[in-house]
Design a protein around this ligand. Sequence first.
Ligand code: HEC
Ligand code: HEC
Ligand code: HEC
Ligand code: HEC
Ligand code: HEC
Length: 314
Amino acid sequence: MRPLLFLIISSLLYSCESVEKLAYTLFLEEDLLKRPEAKRCSECHQDIYKQWKKSRHSIAWISEHFKKTSNNYSKVKCLSCHAPYEVNFIEEPVVRDFHRKDGINCASCHFKDETKSMHGPYDVFSPPHYSKKDINYTKSGICAGCHKETYKEWKKTKSKKTCQDCHMPSKKGKLIQKFPFYLFHSKKDIHSHSFPVLKAEEDDIIVKLKKGKDTLSVFLTNINIPHKLPTADQGKPKLYVKVEFFKDGKKVDEDSYMITHKEGINMDETKEIIFYPLHDYDSVRVSVSRKLAWKKEKEEITKFLVPLRDGTND
Ligand code: HEC
Ligand code: HEC
Ligand code: HEC
Ligand code: HEC
Ligand code: HEC
């Protein structure tokens, strides 16, 4: 009955403010304002829920690696960002003491006690729960309370691109999928809640080589990614540079170097790595790869073979 009644009333008086108020009274689902699990939000926001389920945020608490490194959740200082109560602009969150397995869930990122509303990028009519437009959601600062180091690095680069521009790419669609409610709502930009784990491409890094008397210098410049390569707060991702030395087509030597996030390369920065080959060589094969904090395998970013009798490769 309720949907029908609502249809009739709203088609007659849709723009009327008092009808909006009435709709919120009729359709408010109180439990949504009590920080329910993400599954509850999926009753209407199915598509976004599916994306989130694939994200690292949804497993931030149950990740085996986190369980182990936090000493089976006994290190209290580790818990806040992995099961936050309320995410605020730039501030580090406090930990919540319920639904912890849900990790960084919908309500923790969107619901604010202060307004008893879901904060988000739009001005919407959302009778099942109150909503409030909050432009902080379109800024990098909303990620900064947890991704503290990455945010600091990003600030230094003065990049115009936000974290969301790259890690929440958008596509037109409906915010809700529940019938018949979605009929009342226009398409909007949905920002990917899978928070895609990206990978640098060949064009993001410039590699230059210089042959010295007994050395080979490899210069790496990050030209596109507005935080360190690799970047991390707590995880331990790595970047590897491997060099193979050749003489008359035969491999005579090889060596590699590991870059941790502490010495990561920020945008527009160049890092020089010096190798000391033991044999004379006339060409080298260089490959750059990365390893994510939570993966065992390395992934290649770039690889090339160049003749290098003396001097540089440019
Ligand atoms: C200020 C927020 C914050 C706190 C506090 C925090 N982490 Fe994290 N953690 C993050 C973020 C952000 C990531 C995402 C990857 C990265 O940038 O390192 C992460 C990722 C991780 C990862 C890698 C992902 C995985 O599941 O394998 C591990 C392990 C981890 N944290 C363990 C810990 C431990 C142990 C502590 C306590 C010593 C801790 N974290 C405290 C924010 C935090
Ligand atoms: C019964 C349906 C329903 C449920 C369940 C529901 N929502 Fe919504 N939500 C809506 C509707 C309707 C809109 C407005 C959609 C539109 O205008 O396109 C909305 C909009 C939103 C917005 C956008 C707000 C803005 O200002 O940009 C956010 C964020 C949001 N919901 C979060 C949540 C969270 C978090 C949960 C779970 C705790 C949840 N919703 C559960 C119906 C629901
Ligand atoms: C409440 C703290 C918190 C907030 C806010 C937060 N994150 Fe995270 N993020 C984490 C943690 C913790 C992880 C690691 C989860 C894991 O791997 O177990 C993570 C992982 C990630 C990853 C994957 C990293 C990897 O090592 O593969 C990306 C990408 C990411 N977050 C982007 C964002 C963006 C973009 C925002 C802002 C819109 C954001 N995060 C907001 C805590 C947070
Ligand atoms: C790490 C924090 C974080 C988590 C977790 C999160 N969101 Fe969001 N959400 C955001 C941000 C940031 C935006 C705004 C992106 C923008 O406008 O650039 C957003 C936008 C939205 C919007 C408006 C449409 C859009 O994509 O811009 C809705 C609806 C929404 N979220 C619902 C949800 C639901 C439902 C869940 C859980 C399944 C969820 N969010 C989990 C941070 C989060
Ligand atoms: C111009 C696009 C761009 C912007 C803006 C950006 N990143 Fe990234 N980010 C990337 C790329 C590409 C990678 C992959 C680097 C690699 O190959 O390891 C990455 C890597 C990461 C990682 C490591 C795991 C992963 O996804 O590979 C985290 C965590 C992260 N970014 C968080 C952030 C946060 C937080 C912000 C905002 C302060 C941000 N990024 C801004 C492009 C971007």
